[in-house]
Ligand binder design. Structure first.
Ligand code: BMA
Length: 316
C-alpha cells in the first residue's frame, strides 16, 4: 500500500469497457458519461449518447448485477426538445440522478447546451420513460450539477459548477425552496493552483452520497499540460447538517486515466463518472472513458473513507 496506494482503492472491472458505441442499436458516434440509479432491483444507466452530428441525447441501459448483460434502449429516452426548450439547441449532456424520497421521484440534473453555452437544467421522472422538465435553473456557463436527496432547513441544495472569466471554474452550492428558484450561492471546492492535478478546473462528478462521516463527494479535477487536458477524480466530504462546510478534500487524485480505453478516444485522458451506486459496503462508479465508452470500478466504502482521512489536505 505504500507505493501509489490510491491505485488500490478503485478496482476496475476486468472486462471493461462495459458499454461501447457498437452496443447502441442505432447509428451514433459515442456513448459515455452515464448517470446511475437503482430501479426495481435493476441498475439503470442514463447514458449520454452523442449522435453523428455531435449532438447528445440520453438512452437507458439496464442490468440485474450492474456489470453484465445490459439491456439497451432501442431508441433515445430523452432527446433535446428545441420546440419547448430552446436551451437544448445543441443537445443534452452529462446527467446526474438523485432520488428524492419526499417526492417519490428521481430528479435529473443535466447540461442543456444552449447557444449561449452550457446551462444547468432539471427534470423529474418516475419511470425513466417519461420526463417532466423543470427548465433551466442556472444560466451559462454552468454544468456538473446534482441535487442532494434531502432538504436542509426546508431548502433543497444543489452543487454546480459556474465558470467565470474573472475567477475560473470552481464547485459551488446553492439552495432553493422549490427547486426552481436558487440562491445563497457559495463557493465550495476551489480549483487549486498550478501545478496541481486539479488546477485548471474542478466539477462535481456523481450525486452526493450520504455516509456516517459526511456527504461523500467525488469530483473531477483537470490539469492542462502542453499535450492537452487530463481529467482525474478526487474525494471530498461535506458536513451532514451543513453541506456548505467542507470537512475533507483529498490531496491526491483517487482515480485517473490509466487503461488504454481511458487514455485514447475522442478526447484522450478522461475518466468522467456521472453515476455511482452503493452495493453493501461497496461503491460502484460508472464513468465515461475518453468521451468514447462506459466503464465501471468498485471501492470498499470503509477503505475509501479511510484513504480520504489519510489524504485530507485540510488537516495538513
Ligand atoms: C467536460 C465535459 C464532459 C467531457 C469532458 C472531456 O467539460 O463536457 O462532458 O467528458 O469535458 O471532454
Amino acid at each position: 500500500m505504500m507505493v501509489n496506494d490510491a491505485m488500490q482503492i478503485f478496482e476496475r472491472f476486468k472486462e471493461n469497457p462495459i458499454i461501447m458505441v457498437s452496443d447502441i442499436p442505432y447509428p451514433a458516434n459515442s456513448v459515455f458519461n452515464a448517470a446511475a440509479t437503482e430501479v426495481e432491483n435493476e441498475i439503470l444507466l442514463l447514458m449520454r449518447v452523442e449522435d453523428r452530428r455531435g449532438i447528445s441525447h440520453f438512452t437507458t441501459a439496464k442490468s440485474r448485477d450492474g456489470v453484465t448483460d445490459w439491456t439497451i434502449g432501442e431508441a433515445p429516452v430523452m432527446k433535446p426538445c428545441i420546440q419547448t426548450h430552446e436551451e437544448e439547441k445543441w443537445g443534452i449532456e452529462d446527467p446526474r440522478i438523485t432520488y428524492l424520497p419526499e417526492m417519490k421521484k428521481w430528479i435529473i440534473a443535466y447540461t442543456a447546451y444552449s447557444k449561449f453555452g452550457p446551462m444547468v437544467a432539471l427534470a423529474f421522472t418516475e419511470d425513466f420513460v417519461s420526463f417532466e422538465r423543470l427548465g433551466t435553473v442556472m444560466p451559462p456557463v454552468n454544468k456538473d450539477a446534482a441535487l442532494f436527496p434531502v432538504r436542509f432547513n426546508g431548502r433543497w441544495a444543489m452543487i454546480h459548477r459556474p465558470v467565470s472569466t474573472y475567477a475560473g471554474a470552481h464547485i459551488w452550492i446553492s439552495f432553493s425552496p422549490d427547486l426552481i428558484h436558487w440562491g445563497e450561492h457559495r463557493a465550495l471546492i476551489e480549483a487549486r493552483s498550478r501545478p496541481w492535478w486539479d488546477s485548471a478546473k474542478v466539477g462535481l462528478s456523481p450525486q452526493p452520497i450520504r455516509t456516517d462521516e459526511g456527504w461523500l463527494i467525488l469530483y473531477h479535477g483537470v490539469k492542462t499540460t502542453a499535450a492537452g487536458s487530463i481529467y482525474r477524480n478526487g474525494l471530498a466530504l461535506l458536513d451532514l447538517e451543513k453541506p456548505t462546510r467542507l470537512i475533507a478534500r483529498s490531496d491526491e487524485w483517487v482515480f485517473s486515466p490509466e487503461e488504454e480505453y481511458e487514455r485514447t478516444g475522442d478526447v484522450d485522458n478522461v475518466v468522467f463518472p456521472c453515476g455511482w451506486i452503493e452495493q453493501d459496503n461497496n461503491i460502484r462508479i460508472y464513468y465515461g472513458c475518453a468521451d468514447s465508452c462506459i466503464a465501471t470500478a468498485t471501492a470498499n466504502k470503509t477503505s475509501l473513507l479511510a484513504w480520504l482521512r489519510n489524504h485530507n489536505s485540510l488537516v495538513k
